[in-house]
Design a protein around this ligand. Structure first.
Ligand code: NAD
Length: 451
């Protein structure tokens, strides 16, 4: 499979397109290593995972350069998030592994938390290393061997990760990588009868298929899927800050963030003010070369994604949305690359496609609400429930409103990301949780001994 740089449209590498036989070999290797790995001591696992964490720390520049090249993420963002966040998450699991109670007394039972078995990890391209680390590191910490099938567009950082696992000295078979397409390698892995848990991050459509297949095989399944998260600005909040943070949130990673606040909900009395603020803030995001440290927004990942985002923008205009920044017109200022104009849409109504479906591009829609009741109804009014934001005059007011939202994460007045807090979705945004203790528990199963 060819790997393209989305900023230059040039082929930068080729990787094997693994097939069912490769998946079989990888799962067999994982199975062979499973018992020894499951019975390794906490200290042995900690020592190896510490070496892996140190490997991630030592490879930060190489990781950054790889993600800039295969995803098109701006270099500053790539260094902080694509390289930095996986390091934070890997470090968090060293502490969690050191402290986790794998045995617990409940009445006359001793409850043992044992590894859940062979893990199939299937990951997308948008935060390619973070999504790998968020599955593989807790799975290994729990004592489970893993077979990873990374996204087609970003296999290079997955190969870099495989090298770091190898250099850390993990026993053979404990970690396995199969690059390949979703339809062939991904489907074979999700359906494999010797896999115990399928941990999938990607689109809701593919997630459903993976869950159906896993259901037939009675495998456990964890799904991190799409989102259409709302950022609700309540009267009395700092509107300027709420709008500026929202614009930055939605344009980060060219809008290719599952938890992005793609819908801004503002009281109708402040609506036009918020729309002008957002339009003004959007002007600062000029698409450019991701290797230039001044660039704030790079291309989207591939030609298909570019066409999809433009299609959503054209559809929104047809349905009556008002373009106040950006728009569907192609970018002619740059010589090559899959660039989209960072776009803000006003006069969006809740039934419009662009207010309901995940665009996965740098597109913010702004909707007015009448009162808090209406705001909650709009915020909850999509099939998704992954993340969200609430801004209010004080944290208590914001927290009271956040309790009404059907969503897995809510940031109050710009509260920052917590890598130890459970991350995952309500409704069609998924099943199960990643990160922190909850993420570790996804890879454990329980045995009770009564005496
Ligand atoms: P995708 O669903 O197309 O692909 C995800 C992974 O699944 C890839 O590795 C792909 O090869 C594989 N795959 C595709 N078809 C498959 C099949 N039939 N069987 C098994 N595996 C298959 O998604 P994408 O386009 O790579 O990623 C974007 C989507 O991921 C967005 O919808 C986004 O919201 C979602 N996402 C969710 C989270 C989260 O934590 N909730 C995080 C990141 C991305």
């Amino acid at each position: 499979m060819e790997v393209l740089n989305p900023a230059t449209e040039r082929v930068i590498a080729t990787v094997p397109a693994g097939g069912a036989a490769d998946v079989d070999a990888a799962v067999a290797a994982a199975r062979r290593s499973a018992r020894a790995w499951a019975t390794s001591t906490r200290e042995e696992r900690l020592a190896l995972l510490t070496r892996l964490r140190d490997g991630l720390a030592g490879a930060q520049e190489e990781i950054t350069a790889t993600v800039v090249a295969e995803l098109g993420a701006p270099v500053g963002f790539a260094a902080a998030v694509h390289a930095g966040l996986p390091l934070t998450v890997a470090s968090s699991y060293l502490t969690l592994l050191a402290e986790h109670p794998f045995e617990e007394r409940i009445g006359n039972s001793l409850v043992l938390a044992e590894p859940a078995g062979v893990i199939a990890a299937i990951t997308p391209w948008n935060y390619p290393l973070h999504q790998i680390v968020a599955k593989v590191v807790p799975a290994l910490a729990a004592g489970c061997p893993v077979v990873l099938k990374p996204a087609e567009d970003t296999p290079l950082v997955a190969r870099l990760f495989a090298r770091l696992v190898h250099e850390a000295g993990f026993p053979a078979g404990v970690f396995n990588l199969v690059t390949g397409t979703g339809a062939v390698a991904g489907a074979a892995l999700a359906a494999h009868r010797d896999v115990d848990v399928v941990s999938f991050t990607g689109s809701t459509a593919v997630g459903r298929t993976v869950a159906e297949t896993a259901g037939r095989g009675l495998k456990r399944v964890a799904l991190e899927l799409g989102g259409k998260s709302a950022n609700v600005v309540l009267p009395g909040a700092d509107l300027t800050r709420a709008v500026n943070v929202n614009v930055a949130n939605v344009f980060a990673n060219s809008g290719q963030t599952c938890s992005a606040w793609t819908r801004l909900l503002v009281h109708r009395d402040h609506y036009e003010e918020a729309v002008s603020m957002a339009a003004k803030a959007a002007e600062k995001y000029v698409p450019g070369d991701p290797t230039d440290p001044r660039t704030r927004i790079g291309p989207v990942v591939n030609a298909k994604q570019l066409a999809r985002v433009r299609g959503y923008l054209e559809g929104a205009i047809t349905e009556g949305a008002r373009v106040v920044a950006g728009g569907p017109e192609p970018i002619t200022e740059l010589p090559a690359g899959f660039y989209v104009r960072p776009t803000v849409l006003a006069d969006v109504t809740p039934d419009m496609t662009v207010a309901q479906e995940e665009v996965f591009g740098p597109v913010l829609v702004i909707l007015p609400y009448r009162d808090e009741e209406h705001a909650a109804e709009l915020a909850n009014g999509t099939e998704y429930g992954l993340a969200g934001g609430v801004w209010a005059a004080d944290t208590d007011t914001a927290a009271a409103f956040a309790r009404r939202l059907d969503t897995g994460q809510v940031d109050l007045n710009g509260g920052r990301f917590n890598p130890l807090a459970p991350f995952g979705g309500y409704k069609s945004s998924g099943l199960g949780r990643e990160l922190g203790r909850h993420g570790l528990e996804e890879f454990l199963q329980y045995k009770s001994l009564q005496y």
